[in-house]
Design a protein around this ligand. Structure first.
Ligand code: SF4
Length: 232
């Protein structure tokens, strides 16, 4: 059995921002991202209609998770958060069309009963991968003396609290059950992920409940980690 190599790199707080961003991109790719690149916070596109898309028509998670609309950050709060950072690492994880556009997949998620082909489980693993990459990049940046704030994809209730009756953050005073694992998604914060992906040249295909696998080449899940120098 091969030994696990230490993954921590020695980057001091004075390390140039470009170096840490390059390192975070490489880390995202090593951890399973299909693409990763540096963007400026000015490249983050905010549109209030993105949050409304979660609510009209209402997604089955909307109202059931503290990280999803109508809860979570307002557009103005997200704008202020984004403006407080110096750089960003934008990445995507590709998903096979046979998984992300599998027939009746949305029924499996909405009912909580997994499909016999395992597509819901498989797609869930891709969402967990995006969240994992976000958390790893945040940790790497902080360990290197930078501040970081990450955004994942989708909701956090299915991957991390599926077996729980309610979102603890929403229904109790105890806060999120999994703060080390979960993040707000880009779309829940009103980020127009489609336009951001198009601007960096990634092919993206909208995939709805009635989409047939053969009608799209693949799917993509995106994540973003913002980084800034630690001034304190
Ligand atoms: S991880 Fe669980 S407790 Fe935390 S916000 Fe998501 S659903 Fe709620």
């Amino acid at each position: 059995m091969s030994k696990i190599k230490p993954t921590t790199v020695a980057l001091s707080s004075s390390e140039d921002l470009a170096e840490i961003c390059k390192h975070l991109c490489q880390t995202a790719l090593k951890r399973g991202a299909s693409d990763a690149l540096n963007i400026s916070p000015a490249d983050v596109i905010l549109d209030p209609r993105v949050r409304f898309k979660c609510m009209i028509p209402k997604c089955y998670i909307s109202g059931n998770c503290a990280h999803c609309p109508p809860y979570g950050y307002s557009i103005q709060e997200v704008r202020e958060i984004v403006q407080g950072f110096d750089a960003g690492v934008f990445f995507r994880v590709k998903v096979k069309n046979s998984i992300i556009a599998a027939k009746d997949l949305h029924l499996a998620f909405e009912s909580g009963v997994l499909d016999k082909d395992g597509n819901a489980m498989n797609l869930g693993a891709h969402y967990v991968l995006v969240s994992t990459i976000v958390k790893v990049l945040e940790k790497r940046a902080r360990d290197s003396g930078f501040m970081a704030h990450g955004f994942a994809a989708g909701n956090c209730r299915d991957p991390f609290c599926l077996l729980q009756p309610v979102c603890q953050d929403l229904m109790t005073e105890r806060g999120c059950r999994n703060p080390e694992l979960s993040s707000y998604s880009m779309e829940s914060c009103g980020m127009d992920v489609y336009r951001m992906a198009a601007r960096v040249g990634w092919d993206l295909y909208p995939i709805g409940g009635s989409c047939e696998p053969d009608s799209v080449p693949q799917g993509s899940l995106m994540g973003l980690v913002l980084v800034r120098r630690n001034h304190s």
